[in-house]
Design a protein. Structure first.
Length: 385
């Protein structure tokens, strides 16, 4: 099949852009990156329909259309609404708009008749790898319906070779049906920044002095507990006592046992004076938080891609990441790796970087160079192919 961006065709292309309302999530970032690149590189002969659950302020050309809608009787943003919107309302709207092709930018229960060619982007299969996340019937139902839709999609796309293997392994989707499209990160991460402006952002989050940085979720697969224990070893065994540990993200442990109670972990380890919990970090502040850190550490047990590692590299921040799942695919030879189940090794790798200025500079330069291999244009072209 020819490129969907073909100027010779005049297609009607629908896009589930719902996660633009959640720009601070990984899927939100990927959705925004794709849409922004599409607006730059669009075919003027195609019509594009962006389907949304919340109106977003976007400057759109005449051949782009927004469709904003919700179920009439259920406005609460939960899994029940998601199923209703994605499985029933969205296909009807796309059919009414006469879409020839539909792109789902995340895995969901959406299905179409044979009249609409469906491309679905699958970010990961965390719920297959860690079934503990399926801790209620609503999640199980949503996951089941989403997996059915992945299998029925005309084309499956995913963000890494690792996720491609998982999709083939767990869902038995033929490998020839799956294409890999590596995402990128926002342009702000590639910018040098201003030291004074960056410091204002650090002060906003209560950060002073040198620090190691982590940002992301606190659910158990993120292994923040292991990171704190490794940091404790770093301060004791390697006598590195002038670098704090800054953890960016919201503590959601009171809502679910799947999330680490980070505050309690810090207290139990006696790190109250050494660890900083920033709370929620605004997306616009992240480049400064990366740039000014001594080191970024990503201790995850599993990542479908690992946007945070790419953000760190683009920012010129030396990175130490888990040698698991997709992360070596992202980091290449521009980061140092550790076994996330081995806290001593994690501490040793962190110490190696912090105590060696030449190595820090080397990793910074290699990271910036490698990060440029990932681009939204490449990502978009593969999806539209």
């Amino acid at each position: 099949m020819p490129y969907l961006s073909y100027d010779n065709y005049g297609m009607k292309i629908g896009i589930n852009a719902s996660f633009l309302r959640k720009i601070d999530t990984g899927i939100g970032q990927v959705t925004d990156g794709f849409i922004q690149e599409l607006l730059k590189s669009r075919s003027k002969k195609n019509e594009y329909f962006l389907y949304l659950e919340k109106d977003i302020d976007l400057k759109l050309p005449k051949n782009f259309h927004k469709r904003v809608f919700l179920p009439m009787l259920w406005r609460r943003d939960d899994l029940f609404r998601k199923i209703w919107w994605e499985k029933f309302l969205l296909p009807r709207k796309a059919k009414k708009d006469g879409c020839d092709v539909f792109i789902s930018l995340y895995q969901c229960p959406t299905n179409f008749s044979k009249n609409i060619r469906h491309k679905m982007l699958v970010h990961d299969l965390i719920l297959k790898v860690f079934p503990e996340y399926l801790n209620n019937w609503r999640k199980k139902l949503y996951f089941y319906l989403s997996n059915q839709s992945i299998r029925h999609a005309d084309e499956v796309l995913t963000v890494s070779e690792w996720s491609k293997k998982d999709i083939h392994k767990y869902l038995e989707v033929p490998e020839k049906k799956i294409k890999v499209a590596h995402p990128s990160v926002n342009e702000e991460f590639f910018q040098t920044g201003n030291h004074d402006e960056d410091n204002k952002i650090l002060e906003k989050y209560g950060i002073f002095g040198r620090y190691i940085f982590y940002v992301g979720g606190f659910d158990f697969r993120k292994n923040v507990s292991g990171l704190l224990k490794a940091y404790k070893r770093l301060t004791e065994r390697y006598e590195i006592n002038d670098v704090k540990m800054v953890l960016g993200g919201e503590d959601k442990s009171k809502y679910s046992p799947l999330f680490t109670n980070v505050k309690k972990e810090i207290e139990d380890l006696g790190l109250e004076n050494d660890a900083v919990l920033t709370g929620f970090c605004e997306q616009k502040d992240l480049p400064a938080l990366y740039r000014q850190s001594e080191l970024f550490v990503l201790p995850s047990l599993y990542e479908g891609f690992g946007l945070m590692a790419l953000e760190a590299m683009a920012s010129g921040t030396p990175a130490a990441v888990s040698k698991t799942s997709s992360l070596p695919e992202v980091g290449g030879d521009a980061v140092l790796y550790f076994n996330p189940y081995d806290e001593e090794e994690m501490a040793r790798v962190m110490g190696k970087i912090l105590q060696n200025p030449k190595l820090k500079h080397h990793l910074s330069e290699k990271g910036k160079k490698r990060s440029k291999k990932f681009s939204w244009k490449k990502f978009m072209n593969i999806i539209l192919k």
